[in-house]
Design a binder for this molecule. Sequence first.
Ligand code: NDP
Length: 481
Amino acid sequence: MKIQNYINGAYQNHHSGDWMDNYDPSIGAIYGQIPNSNKEDVEEAYAFAKAAFTSWSNTTLDQRSRILNKIADLIEANLDRLAEAESRDNGKPLWLAKAVDIPRASANFRFFAQAITQFSSEAHETVGTNTMNFTLRQPIGVVGCISPWNLPLYLFTWKVAPAIAAGNCIVAKPSEVTPMTAYLLGEILTEAGLPPGVLNILHGQGQSVGQAIVEHPDIKAISFTGGTTTGAHIARTAAPIFKKLSLELGGKNPNLIFADCDYGAMLKESIRSSFANQGQICLCGSRIYIERPIYEQFKEHFVQIVSKNKVGNPMDADTKFGALVSESHLKKVLSYVQHARDNEGYTVLYGGNRVTVAGSENGYYMEPTIIEVTDNSCKLNQEEIFGPVVTLMPFDTEEEALSLANDVKYGLSATVWTTDINRAMRVSKQLEAGIVWINTFLNRDLRTPFGGVKNSGVGREGGLEALRFFTEPKNVCIKYN
Ligand code: NDP
């Protein structure tokens, strides 16, 4: 199967005529081809986006809101088809795509359909001087949105929904590894009546089509989610041309478990925060620190439960963990385990191996993996693995727990388990993270600011923060008699 770019409201072929293979990770085989788009395609998409801008930015909020709601409706109506496409492209269990990825993509459009009607700006009266200032919040123009492979439609729509709600037009690029649902979204956009040129979707490599979007002198803002190294490269490219940037980058999140926690709830949620989506969520808690009095008990129970979860074909209803996204990613994740065993002498408490699934022998499957470490400066605790690998380490005091949690270059999210409200407040304030969950994980209210500190990013998505990013504030100062 060959997919096409979606430009000016229609599917069309790319200029180069080169194609790239698209793999089904559950069977480790090519199942389609995607356009290897280039700078020419970006130029073309930009020209259509620019042409659409005047009209789209002057469309009433009510009209924009109606179109966004219609897109949300159509995503819901296509739940099964989109979930199957997502699962096949990414390797995630079908039930997960149905329960989380696709409903959230719909919710993103529905949320920003409402949010844009509630968006307001400030006014400042300079009292005593007959001066009134008010701030216009105007759309930026043509913006670029670049998203990763782990939550493909979920994260793609998390960017494009606020961008178009705010009146911008877009040149967007999903990950080359998981392009299918962004491709299918084109049909939905057309059916929902989104005017041609408002959202253009290009497929291809980061270094060519992604780079061309970032370098384009007239694409005025870039909303990027992906790895920290790519983010740093994008920042270096965009800085001299003064682009507005939102960078949502990698994480190495701590899960702090205090002995006074609700043990049952913590245990259940810690399985999810460790291994959901095969550990390929930027928010997964891959460093688990446990207060010493419950360390041995936790270790035993955690291993026991994890070992009962089935790794299998994503389409099977009883599969808990599906395939990793690609062979290269699987090899990278396995290399961390090997390093921990061979170079650091750590004990793998469970897992650590590739899994052969009957009927899908070439798929990229791996056991959920639990490793006990003793030194927080080890590679496993410092580098983002982005796979089904967690480490366990005991701590004795709250101060030590905080010091271990903060001792990484990342600062995306943190999870804390305690029933002591005073501790919860103290720890939340001192954790170096953009998001802290107390006694819960991945509990999202779309109005809240989302993003990281340190090497996990710059800026915030979510709620009004996203609408602020996708608009330019202009102060108008009026002197009157
Ligand atoms: P990458 O950084 O490799 O890629 C992200 C996107 O950027 C892809 O579409 C990629 O294209 C594109 N890209 C690559 N090079 C360039 C370039 N030079 N210019 C423009 N675009 C480029 O990340 P992954 O796709 O591997 O995703 C995993 C990473 O994403 C992890 O580090 C994870 O933590 C992070 N992430 C962060 C989240 C957050 O909210 N903070 C949420 C989810 C993931 P291509 O696919 O073609 O390479």
